[in-house]
Design a binder for this molecule. Structure first.
Ligand code: MF3
Ligand code: CO
Ligand code: CO
Length: 252
């Protein structure tokens, strides 16, 4: 069921989205070589709670931590661990999903550990085009009546042109009353496919791209999604509001 949010609910999601954007600004300074992903996650979670947010993923379908950190060939749903140490040159994807005033907002960014200008060219390409694909998907939203296929097609066009793999097993989604709501928002497809989005709907748009093939596996921890060919992956996500004639990014 797709239920548009009320104006009061949207206001709460704007405030929650602003919290996530502020936290992400600080995450870039916290991601550093030599630190464990558990330590990084705890530091981020403290920032979230200081700002009045609360993790929406701990306990979600049994997920054991406050947020997801996925490194290199890990695409999404990485579980923070005191044993996993971040190193120079890693690609660190941080996915934050929080409750704020009874509403959920969801956003992710990938960080390069080190000076991005010195990163291998293909890593720069992966980061840049995955982020660009996210914004192309959001820009394809022309308001109420936009089909999810229009978003998918716009995301796919950018990633295909860059020669990147598009992870297909995971998709964007409605968000707000809970972490995952209808509809699915695939990162591929044709403009006439999918469902028509009403004004007031809030969705997470979240391309996941790889330097290789699109196939993924799940690690024995039952959560971490990795590329089957071990190629590097990036993930950028915003929660957006469908309005009368466009979209509003709530998590920037
Ligand atoms: N934030 C994820 C998403 O974008 C959901 C994570 S669910 C978890 O859809 F349980 F893995 F944390
Ligand atoms: Co997310
Ligand atoms: Co999401």
């Amino acid at each position: 069921m797709m239920k548009p949010k009320t104006e009061a609910e949207i206001e709460a999601m704007r405030r929650g989205g602003r919290v996530l954007a502020e936290v992400f600004e600080q995450v870039s300074d916290l991601v550093s070589a030599g630190k464990s992903t558990k330590k990084l996650a705890d530091e981020i979670n403290i920032l979230i709670e200081q700002k009045g947010g609360r993790s929406a993923v701990i306990g979600y379908e049994g997920f054991p931590e406050y947020l997801c950190i996925s490194i290199n060939e890990e695409v999404v749903h990485g579980i923070p661990s005191p044993k996993r140490i971040i190193k120079q040159g890693d690609l660190v994807s941080v996915d934050l999903t929080i409750w704020y005033e009874q509403m959920v907002v969801d956003s992710a960014r990938t960080y390069y550990v080190g000076d991005i200008a010195t990163a291998p060219k293909n890593v720069q390409k992966l980061m840049e085009h995955t982020k660009r694909a996210l914004h192309a998907g959001i820009d394809a939203i022309h308001g109420a009546g936009t089909k999810t296929g229009e978003i998918g097609a716009a995301v796919q066009a950018v990633l295909d042109k860059a020669g990147l793999g598009i992870v297909r097993d995971l998709v964007g989604h409605g968000v707000g009353y809970s972490v995952h709501e209808d509809p699915n928002v695939p990162n591929y497809g044709l403009p006439n496919q999918g469902v028509s989005l009403p004004s007031g709907l809030t969705i997470a748009v979240e391309p996941m791209a790889t330097l290789g093939d699109w196939h993924v596996n799940i690690l024995p921890d039952d959560w971490t999604v990795v590329t089957r060919d071990s190629s590097l992956a990036a993930h950028f996500e915003h929660t957006v509001l469908i309005n009368k004639d466009g979209a509003e990014i709530l998590t920037s």
